[in-house]
Design a binder for this molecule. Sequence first.
Ligand code: 5GP
Ligand code: ZN
Length: 137
Amino acid sequence: MADCIFCKIVNGEIPAVKVYEDERVLAFMDINPLNDGHTLVIPKKHAETIFEIDPEDLAAAIKVAQKVANAIKKALNPDGLTIIQLNKKAAGQVVPHLHIHLVPRWENDGLKVSRWEPVPGDMEKIKEIGEKIKAAV
Ligand code: 5GP
Ligand code: ZN
């Protein structure tokens, strides 16, 4: 897509520190890393979110995410890894080309991206919403 930053990276119109590439998928370093080793995995074919992406491209991207996660583990020996994938502005997505964030984690690294306080929900409401989703699958 003409105005998409990540399509421009795929096409080589703007530079990126690439770590893996195949026919369908590209992985490159995030230029605003949350931690050392923060890497993005994208399908080469433009798709904005999980709602539109070709399932084959999504499957290819998640397989590459695992491959690169293992490479990060080998190269940087983190204590953990957070995977983030945001869809639409309401979820915080900034670049409208689907991407999977791989964020290496170290004990006490202070990042505020992984945990929330569990607050028990209303079981009746949870069941009702679950039924709606089940019927829509
Ligand atoms: P989002 O908030 O959409 O999930 O994340 C977009 C990510 O893309 C951000 O982490 C941001 O740092 C990264 N990013 C934005 N522009 C560029 C760029 O031109 N090159 C690279 N390598 N990363 C970018
Ligand atoms: Zn794009």
